[in-house]
Ligand binder design. Structure first.
Ligand code: A3P
Length: 286
């Protein structure tokens, strides 16, 4: 049913998490210079960043990851929950967003707030999203993988087309306020990725703190932490028995799902949409 989604500037958003009020709240949100945003296309590592950012900003104090659910530690700018927790956020504030650049609030553009944009190989994004649609009761059933891939390529999915999202955040006027990182880089060497983020945020964290954050933000640790693994969400909204929210946490699971025809089609659509772009993707689509 269409009531599972709302339309916002041509984008599909789940009504379980967003409302016209929450989107208006986001537009009027007063961004502070010290705010830090992790921006992602859905299924690219958002909750991983919700785990990481608050720890980078608080110098590795683990208290919040044992006392506060991850979505409240670094709330989504555009979701209804922000209005509830905004006054409890420690400073500097960590936030996340799936919004495209042009829908960010005016106060963000006028501020000095920094952004970490996390990109994930779209082949793994579509697979992760497919399983997410199976387990999330507030989303439409994805149908077959073939059907879902078509929807994904046409942008008839949450927050629209992957290529539009990437283009939007690759063409900003943010200069050195934005840093790009990939999910793959984080999987390959999390301490190195954390060091790069910490430097960008001017945090100057010791190697000991970096290692501590890396251990506490690993897939394994998050999976066993009830404040981080989404097990607090009612089964009707997210059913871990169908597919866990923290599902695999690996690079390259697309190989277990794509037929060679699907790979050809996927590559041709994505590369066509990016062919006139000045940037290139950090991975090959092969
Ligand atoms: P998979 O479905 O491929 O396992 P998002 O938070 O943007 O919705 O992205 C979810 C994806 O990030 C899921 O991918 C999830 O397992 C993965 N993820 C979450 N935490 C992770 C971690 N600590 N390490 C690796 N992957 C993680």
């Amino acid at each position: 049913s269409s009531s599972k989604y709302i339309q916002y500037h041509g984008l599909l958003l789940p009504s379980a998490a967003h409302s016209m009020e929450s989107l208006e709240f986001a537009q009027n949100f007063s961004v502070e210079d010290s705010d830090v945003f992790a921006v992602t296309y859905p299924k690219s590592g958002t909750i991983w960043m919700q785990e990481i950012l608050p720890l980078l900003l608080n110098g590795g104090d683990l208290t919040p990851i044992h006392t506060i659910p991850n979505w409240d530690r670094a709330p989504w700018l555009e979701e209804t929950r922000l209005a509830v927790v905004v006054d409890q956020l420690p400073s500097p504030r960590a936030l996340v967003s799936h919004l495209p650049y042009h829908l960010m609030p005016p106060s963000f553009l006028a501020s000095k707030a920094k952004v970490i944009y996390v990109m994930r190989n779209p082949k793994d994004v579509v697979v992760s999203s497919y399983y997410f649609h199976q387990m999330a009761g507030f989303l439409h059933d994805p149908g077959t993988f073939e059907e879902f891939m078509e929807k994904f390529l046409e942008g008839r999915v949450l927050f629209g087309k992957w290529t539009d999202h990437v283009k939007s955040w690759k063409h900003t006027e943010l200069g050195d306020r934005i840093m790009y990182i990939t999910y793959e880089e984080m999987v390959q060497d999390l301490p190195a990725a954390l060091r790069r983020m910490s430097d960008f945020l001017g945090r100057n964290l010791s190697e000991e703190v970096i290692q501590k954050i890396a251990e506490n933000c690993s897939f394994k640790t998050m999976k066993t932490n009830t404040m981080s693994n989404f097990s607090l969400i009612p089964k009707g909204l997210m059913d871990d028995n169908k597919s866990p929210f923290l599902r695999k946490g690996v690079v390259g699971d697309w190989k277990n799902h794509f037929t060679s025809e699907q790979l050809t089609r996927f590559k041709s659509v994505i590369s066509k949409e990016l062919e006139n772009e000045s940037f290139s993707l950090p991975w090959s689509l092969d």
